[in-house]
Design a protein around this ligand. Structure first.
Ligand code: S3P
Length: 675
């Protein structure tokens, strides 16, 4: 059985970032999701003047210094919410009361989604909006105003609407009451309560009422460990139920907020067995636990409107399961699905039909007749992460042959989804698997046999990747590819040829081909050659150090060097180190390692490396700022941004002995090669 911690909860990550930004003092957040949606919230908050650092890929702590309830700054640019409805709607609420003007937009899918459900009640509070494009949709300009209290009865159960209105009341200092037909996810309420804000919730004749009374003038900081996302875990619950044999996965640290776990009741009606082991302590009022799905016979069921809010994001996963259950599953009262990242009712029906599953599309739902025939065909993601992942689960089952047009869209909420899926199904011997596969920290046995092993070691500045890679390579008797040396060699060659840095962006492949830079295997390692000369000390002059990052941001240079890096890996037996080795250069590497360390630790190491004598706390602080700025550039650059590769073995080296970290990597490689 594989223990899996799926990425952090998306809804909670958005809210934790927003509330920490609005607090006074330093909040401490761990387990944040780093998918594209929360990145949009993080970037938006930065544009609004909140100094939020990079979201840590490995779930380690992010500290956020809040700017206060009225402390956001007028942005100088349009705020791009990308694909994220939660970012857009919650921020419309927050911005309604700020003394600023801001404009929000999003990608094509988000620009189609309805915004009046939030701007209409917010306007009644006194907020001012200008729709800049299609009526009722983004882009929208918001002009912050002095707000009035609001009593709102919503016709839809939507946590985004409720959250936006509560956040407007909170920042605008006015009471707000929201009534919704069925209680939608109540994360905003739970986090606010944990921060000491008075929020009352009760069932009334009209539906669920949530009331924010006498909002405080300041919020204290938030200390929150974000649980794993139930909606992401849902795909592996379904997989676990459908894969034959013993329990295949144990999903750990999953958020079990009852407004999110409606799927569990539906699964139990379908005859599924899911063990639920709830932890005794909640996190800021959010329950957490472990889920173990056991495979078995499943039958169709009926799901109606009252159940929908607690499983709204799980419908794609549920429909994938329904396609393999006995009999008919009928879902109604789900018209909200038509205004998600895609029209999910149409998308699910179209894809099921493409696989030969009998399905009827209803105005507000679907009727699916399960089959045990092998599923074959091509499906589309419709630019919707959950559609891609739901059909990914079906594609991974033994006997099925399903092609999905765009798998990358899963990164919106679940970076690393495909690798994890491959890792689990390959352990179950799915003949239709997709080659080498591994889940985080779980080396697979499917080593690439055509060449020797390739190990990648990536990480941010000061994470210790160079020294680690060199020593790991020595221990294994592999060659060490220092990708930075190639960039330095080209910088050196250009400077020597008298080509000034302002002309570098115009260089094309033919210009670069004039420089005979190559890696040559020598004495068990690589030498960097320029013509016939081996470069060594030349690579580390201060002039080269000063200019190398200008060069490494250029697309033509990156693709030119990519060929040389890949050539170096042609026969394997390689430890390749850099910032995009596992994500771009060797995406099919046999072991991908991502090293991290706390900012302070990395700054300390950098100062030690440069032998800066007793730089003191001010020197350390300066170095930390430099590294943070570098991290920001590395993670947000459009080309090959620094990311932990999906399925990477992530090692936080803070407090680890160097030998321990080397040993851990070497052990993984030996496991992998069966030695
Ligand atoms: C979310 C609320 C839900 C959900 C979405 C996340 C949130 O949307 O589908 O993925 O974080 O508030 P609605 O509020 O539109 O139902």
């Amino acid at each position: 059985m594989i223990d899996v911690r799926v990425p952090g909860d998306k809804s909670l990550t958005h809210r934790a970032l927003i509330l920490a930004s609005l607090a006074e003092g330093e909040s401490r957040l761990t387990g944040l999701l780093t998918g594209e949606d929360p990145q949009a919230t993080r970037n938006a908050l930065r544009t609004l003047g909140v100094p939020i650092g990079v979201l840590p890929e490995d779930g380690t702590e992010l500290r956020v210094s809040g700017v206060g309830l009225q402390g956001l700054r007028e942005p100088t640019q349009l705020i791009d919410c990308c694909n994220s409805g939660t970012t857009a709607r919650l921020l419309l609420g927050v911005l309604s009361s700020q003394r600023l003007v801001a404009a929000l937009t999003g990608d094509e899918s988000l620009r189609r989604r309805p915004m009046r459900r939030v701007t209409e009640p917010l306007s009644r509070m006194g907020a001012q909006f200008r729709e800049l494009g299609v009526r009722g949709c983004l882009p929208i300009e918001v002009r912050g105003s002095v707000l009035r209290p609001l009593e709102h009865v919503s016709t839809v159960s939507s946590a985004q609407v409720k959250g936006a209105l509560l956040l407007a009341g909170l920042t605008g200092g006015v009471d707000v009451s929201v009534v919704e037909p069925v209680l939608s996810r109540d994360h905003t309420e739970r986090l606010l309560r944990a921060m000491g804000v008075g929020i009352h919730s009760e069932h009334t004749d009209q539906g669920w009422q949530v009331r924010l009374s006498e909002p405080p003038s300041a919020l204290p900081p938030l200390d929150f460990a974000v649980p794993a996302d139930f909606s992401s875990a849902a795909f592996f619950l379904v997989l676990g139920l459908l894969l034959g044999g013993d329990a295949s996965v144990r999903l750990v640290e999953v958020g079990l907020n009852p407004t999110r776990t409606g799927l569990l009741s539906v699964l139990s009606r379908m005859g599924a067995t899911v063990e639920v082991d709830r932890e005794s302590d909640d996190r800021c009022g959010e329950p957490v636990g472990t889920l173990i799905p056991h495979s078995g016979r499943l039958q169709g069921t009926e799901v109606t409107a009252a159940e929908l809010p607690a499983l709204i994001d799980e419908v794609p996963a549920l429909v994938a399961l329904a396609a393999r259950a006995e009999g008919v599953t009928r879902i109604t009262g789900a018209s909200e699905l038509r205004v998600k990242e895609s029209d999910r009712i149409a998308a699910l029906a179209t894809n099921l039909r493409a696989l030969g599953v009998s399905v009827e599309e209803l105005p507000d739902g679907l009727e699916v007749e399960g089959t045990d025939r092998p599923l074959q065909g091509e499906v589309r993601s419709f630019d919707d992460h959950r559609i891609a992942m739901a059909f990914g689960v079906l594609a991974s089952l033994p006997g099925n042959r399903v092609r999905i047009d765009d798998r990358a869209v899963a990164d919106v909420s679940f970076p690393g989804f495909w690798r994890l899926l491959d890792g689990i199904t390959s352990k179950h011997g799915n003949a239709g698997g997709r080659g080498s596969a591994r889940s985080a920290g779980q080396p697979a046995s499917g080593l690439n046999r055509k060449r020797g092993p390739i190990i990648t070691i990536d990480g941010p500045a000061g994470s210790g990747k160079s020294t680690t890679a060199r020593v790991v390579a020595q221990r294994l008797g592999f060659r060490h590819l220092d990708s930075g040396a190639l960039y330095r060699a080209l910088t050196c060659a250009l400077l020597e040829a008298g080509i000034p840095p302002d002309r570098w962006p115009a260089l094309d492949r033919a210009d670069l081909d004039r420089f005979a830079i190559r890696l040559e295997p020598r004495a068990g390692n690589f030498a960097v050659l320029l013509g016939q000369s081996v470069l060594d000390a030349e690579l580390r002059t201060s002039e080269v150090t000063e200019h190398v990052s200008q060069l490494s941001g250029l697309p033509a240079v990156r693709s030119w060097l990519l060929e040389r890096q890949r050539a170096a890996g042609a026969s394997g037996q390689l430890v390749a180190e850099g910032r995009d080795m596992g994500t771009v250069v060797f995406p099919d590497a046999d072991l991908k390692v991502f090293l991290t360390a706390s900012l302070e630790e990395r700054a300390r190491r950098r100062l030690e490396d440069r032998a800066v004598p007793r730089s003191g706390p001010a020197g350390l602080r300066d170095e930390m700022q430099r590294i943070e700025a570098r991290d920001d550039r590395d993670r947000n650059r459009p080309l090959s941004p620094l990311r932990a590769p999906p399925g990477a073995l992530v090692i936080d080296t803070t407090g680890l002995k160097f030998e321990e970290q080397v040993e851990s990597i070497v052990r993984h490689v030996l496991d992998l090669t069966g030695c």
